[in-house]
Write a protein that binds this ligand. Structure first.
Ligand SMILES: [Zn+2]
Ligand SMILES: [Zn+2]
Length: 213
């Protein structure tokens, strides 16, 4: 098994977790042995989130998708955004807020769970009124946390430890964009995402009656 950042290996990680006896848990009660909190901060692409969500559903996996209301890359209030939330819920996933500090205002689109975008240490783990802060105890500790930020697992890809049942519980942060789009480096993956985005925008322009001749 090679730990590449693609959907093939992502599916292997999901299966490894099932083999290790983990169950997909939501951020609503304290972690118990065997809980896997699969978390997706959606920074860049709703399309990537939906692709990952479909794959997870095929593998009977449930995740928490944290979506931004203040993204410069996508508009959650657009028809696309509304449809994305509906599809995520239809597939059985949970939807929380990927918030830009200090705005953690939740509305009825969201389950009461918040992850700060690019948090700094001073406020990262502070309690948030009426919501779970995924970076606060009891959900968060270094030993029970793995993140794929910038295509780099700081403590290694978790698939082996998951398969062996090595974590008492785990919060795993996976950014859909870096698995869905091809590329051996973060730079090439981002360029692949932008190429797909360009095609998507051209279709949108045509749909909007823009003459592209
Ligand atoms: Zn791996
Ligand atoms: Zn983020």
């Amino acid at each position: 098994m090679t730990c590449t950042f693609d959907l093939g290996h992502y599916a292997e990680i999901l299966e490894a977790a099932k083999t290790g006896g983990y169950r997909f848990a939501r951020f609503e009660k304290s972690p118990e042995r065997g809980d896997l909190f699969l978390r997706h901060d959606v920074d860049l692409s709703l399309d990537a989130a939906l692709t990952m969500a479909e794959l997870e559903a095929e593998h009977d996996a449930r995740a928490t998708y944290l979506l931004m209301t203040e993204s410069v890359f996508y508009n959650l209030a657009s028809s696309e955004g509304v449809e994305a939330i509906a599809r995520l819920r239809e597939l059985g996933h949970w939807v929380g807020l990927h918030a830009v500090y200090p705005n953690a205002a939740l509305d009825d689109r969201f389950d009461p769970v918040v992850a700060w975008h690019n948090p700094s240490a001073e406020y990262m783990s502070e309690a948030i009124p009426a919501a779970v802060n995924v970076y606060a105890e009891p959900w968060f500790s270094q030993a029970t946390y793995r993140s794929d930020s910038n295509q780099h697992w700081r403590a290694g890809c978790p698939h082996e430890e998951l398969r062996a049942g090595g974590f008492p519980f785990l919060q795993m942060l996976v950014h859909p964009e870096i698995w869905v789009y091809p590329g051996a480096t973060m730079g090439s993956t981002m360029r692949a995402m932008l190429a797909a985005e360009r095609e998507r925008r051209l279709v949108q322009l045509a749909d909007d009656g823009i003459d592209l001749a």
